[in-house]
Design a protein around this ligand. Structure first.
Ligand SMILES: [Zn+2]
Length: 199
């Protein structure tokens, strides 16, 4: 569900004329005829799709971490969500970034529902991004809101702007990581979390 958008009579997101026109211009620029039948409704579809790709702008990812549980039964080991698939778009080409993230933290006195980590990832991924910043933002958000002993985020992704254009290198993945707290300072903790993640 996308928040903060106006809906038309058909229940779909209303697309302002100038937005549809911009897509038409792009189609023409790419070399096709935006008035031909197959492309006729494309500008509106593209506009709506972009609202969805970028729905993270309408949310505050930290809100997903506001409900925490303090009763953790003495559990003081790493909490890890591994290989979470995600899609984002690069801010340089607006091309898809497709990948998976592993997110871990070592709780101090509170934990969150495990699905919330994936929601935080999505809140930042559904924007125009660079992979390095996405990695850092997810880690920082968990760090500031859960106040854990450590946070580790590793993201592995393929970039449409590399695989489909430019140097055309399909299959090449980029890996970025952000380690905070004990995962940064303590070598044993770092090794443990990275090996749990499969690195
Ligand atoms: Zn790019």
């Amino acid at each position: 569900m996308i928040e903060d958008v106006e809906l038309g009579e058909d229940g779909k997101i209303a697309v302002p004329d100038h937005v549809a026109e911009a897509v038409r211009t792009l189609i023409e620029w790419a070399g096709d005829d935006p008035t031909r039948e197959g492309l006729f409704d494309t500008p509106k579809r593209v506009a709506r799709a972009w609202k969805e790709y970028c729905q993270g702008y309408g949310e505050d990812p930290s809100a997903h971490l506001s409900r925490t549980f303090q009763e953790v039964g003495g559990y003081d080991e790493i909490v890890l969500l591994r290989d979470i698939p995600f899609q984002s778009h690069c801010e340089h080409h607006m091309a898809p970034i497709t990948g998976k993230a592993s997110i871990a933290y070592l709780p101090k006195d509170r934990v969150v529902g495990i699905s919330k980590l994936a929601r935080v990832l999505n809140g930042f991924a559904k924007r125009l991004q660079v992979q390095e910043r996405l990695t850092a933002e997810v880690a920082q958000c968990i760090w500031e809101n859960l106040h854990p002993q450590g946070v580790a985020v590793v993201i592995e992704a393929q970039h449409g702007c590399m695989t489909g254009r430019g140097v055309r290198t399909p299959g090449v993945g980029m890996v970025t990581s952000r380690l905070l707290g004990c995962f940064l300072d303590d070598e044993r903790s770092r090794k443990e979390v990275l090996s749990l993640m499969g690195y």
